[in-house]
Design a protein around this ligand. Sequence first.
Ligand SMILES: [Zn+2]
Length: 301
Amino acid sequence: MTSSLPKTFATLLQYGLPNDFAKRVRDAGLTVTKARALSITDLILKYGLSPSEAKLLTESVRRQPIDPDVVSLLLQRSNFLCNVCKGDKGVSYILHHIVEYEQTQDNTYDNLVVLCPNDHDLAHQRGLTLRITVDQLRQAKEDWEHQVKVANAQRAAQKKDINDDAIDYGHVCQVAGNPSARQSVEILPQLQEKYPQYLRPEMTSVQFVQSQDRCHLEITTADRVRDYLVDETSKRTDLAFVSGGSRAFFSPSSPITENVRRFISEFDEVSIIHCTDLFTNEAATRIDEHWRRCGVVPGSL
Ligand SMILES: [Zn+2]
């Protein structure tokens, strides 16, 4: 059983790295601390980054990190989409400083906007023809956040809660002798019931795990190595950066049964594809396309 680093991806976002790149950096086994210590040559030769990626990483991790609450608010209020093209040019995202970081070091909510890499390039254009100006960025952010808020409210009004009685919350496991240390609930059966067509088939267990200071998922997959050999891998997905309004969506101070209920009945498909690896790539693409086309989650596709 192996475990990947839970916090690294969210931390890399705090340094303003594009989400795709942050995932690759994490998957390469790099952390912010390692990236700070390594030379550009090492990042290229030992970790397979391109020269421009190595330079971007080195420069980014020397900045002051953006507060994690600010990161999650920006992403939630934008539904993880570019505020300018609303995802039309691609669903990758990057947190952009509206007034350049070098000028002000301003990491506040008001100075940040979610952009796709394409519009991010345009925001950094020096020429006047294509450049997206500071005023245009502010307007785009205000407009898109408003649209998202309206769409979310409509979605909440339409939503049918699934029948809580059907969910078995009975199997809370605790570490013996220390009741507050770590609790977990197996949620794969509930997920299979709710999302039979979306889930990755290789998952053998999905545990919602809660300790005193954080909540995460532990997803176990079984890969057939040869005809009969099965390799089990467990991977953690941190839920600490998922926020609902100003506070964490899954709070470690709430009972684990309440957090599990929220995960099953309130956490929607769009959030699931952006925050976890529970769904197949095909399902994620369909949900994403539907979201971009209609501005609502697909429900039952
Ligand atoms: Zn865009």
